[in-house]
Design a protein around this ligand. Structure first.
Ligand code: RM4
Ligand code: MN
Ligand code: MN
Length: 387
């Protein structure tokens, strides 16, 4: 087993970005249930992200979404964010909520709509520069619903042409993270359906483009950790949108349905960090949460997700890599498997409690939130409360 002090040192470096959109009320197409105290404005969303950082010591940045978080005064929002002890992380364009996008955005058959989508992305690059963000996180929701609806190769060409123009506008040091998703909102074909297509596109664009793995965007049974391993090997893994699911893009809290899968993913990252060939890519991974909380408390859910990521990573770091390599080399199938399971079955809660005290965070951030913050927030943000 790896040394606990080394594990804690590594965990202290793990930064998890939380999304502004996880703090407001959200729902399904059936209903949005309001949550008492849920953030109502971008400033409240940023304040909640700052609270999660104070309670965990591990979430120093917040991802913003344009236009959901749009403000006239980006400098002011940046100053507000920094005054809260936070920085602005990835900027997320929105290519799915405009009537013009019925047939797509960057892949739309009409050049006018493609141009509009591209201009929106270019504006997001400017916003990112303005707030000193180094990541543009792009999900292209385009696709078709019926065979024959559009020409699949043409759509791909339009996609690449648009992304090339976007890539050319990236300043030095800014990365374009390309997210894929196999279906929804389109139900027949999706223009960026999988990691292979995303990697192909990124490779064509250049080193500032990398793949973003949203854990909820795969067919059931997909071996996500193998995708992670291969993207690391290729230098193409740029970041994650962590969440969990049982069926499709459920956006449940990280590690709630399949904590072992989360461990396996984090284990590939821990392993790649020990390998000189992949350490650079692994160290550059942007760990972001992308969740939508429908029936649960927002801040509560976010903290639990952060804790679950830390738990999985702690266990991944405990894997005895030298013993594992020896067992693999010897062809000891189940011996190797037992080494991995041994780490997974370790109770890392005491380790994480020590980590939190080193980070200046409460021993149980969920309990502290529930006891000290939930009610005052609900009172302050009652619809009839002043200001
Ligand atoms: C998508 C994808 C994007 C997110 C939108 C709201 O499924 O995960 O990252 O911004 O949902
Ligand atoms: Mn996502
Ligand atoms: Mn999603």
């Amino acid at each position: 087993m790896a040394d606990e002090t080394d594990v804690r040192e590594e965990l202290r470096r793990l930064e998890i970005e939380t999304p502004s959109w996880g703090y407001g009320n959200s729902g399904t197409r059936f209903h949005v249930f309001p949550w008492p105290g849920a953030a109502r404005t971008v400033h409240e969303r940023v304040a909640d992200a700052a609270l999660v950082h104070r309670l965990t010591g591990a979430c120093p940045s917040v991802a913003l979404h344009n236009p959901w978080d749009r403000v006239d005064d980006w400098d002011g929002l940046r100053a507000f964010t920094e005054a809260q002890g936070l920085r602005i992380g990835a900027i997320n364009p929105n290519l799915f909520q405009d009537d013009d996008y019925r047939l797509g955005s960057l892949c739309h058959p009409d050049a006018r709509v493609r141009r509009k989508a591209l201009e929106h992305c270019l504006e997001c690059v400017e916003i990112a520069e303005r707030v000193s963000s180094t990541i543009l996180s792009l999900w292209v929701p385009d696709g078709t619903n019926y065979p024959g609806q559009d020409d699949l190769r043409d759509r791909f060409r339009r996609l690449v042409a648009g992304l090339e123009e976007l890539y050319a506008a990236l300043p030095d040091g800014m990365r374009l993270l390309v997210e894929y998703k196999f279906f929804e909102p389109a139900f027949y074909s999706t223009d960026l359906p999988d990691w292979g297509t995303a990697a192909l596109v990124c490779r064509g664009l250049g080193p500032q483009a990398q793949v973003l793995v949203d854990t909820g965007h795969h067919a059931l049974g997909t071996n996500i950790e193998q995708i992670v391993a291969l993207l690391l090997e290729q230098g193409s893994l740029g970041g994650f949108h962590f969440n969990n699911r049982k069926y499709a893009d459920d956006d449940l809290i990280v590690g709630s349905i399949d904590p072992f899968e989360l461990f396996r993913i984090m284990s590939e990252i821990a392993s790649a960090r020990c390998d000189a060939a992949t350490a650079g890519t692994a160290n550059g991974i942007a760990f972001m949460i992308d969740q939508s909380h429908n029936v649960e408390g927002k801040i509560d859910a976010m903290i639990q997700s952060v804790v679950n990521i830390q738990t999985a990573y702690a266990k991944a770091l405990l894997v005895d890599r030298a013993a594992l390599a020896a067992a693999q080399q010897a062809g000891d199938v189940l011996g190797a498997h037992r080494i991995v399971l041994d780490a997974y079955e370790t109770d890392v809660r005491p380790l994480l409690t020590r980590l939190r005290s080193e980070l200046g965070a409460p021993a149980d951030p969920v309990e502290t939130y529930r006891a000290e913050y939930a009610q005052p927030l609900a009172t302050a943000r009652r619809p009839d409360a002043a200001g």
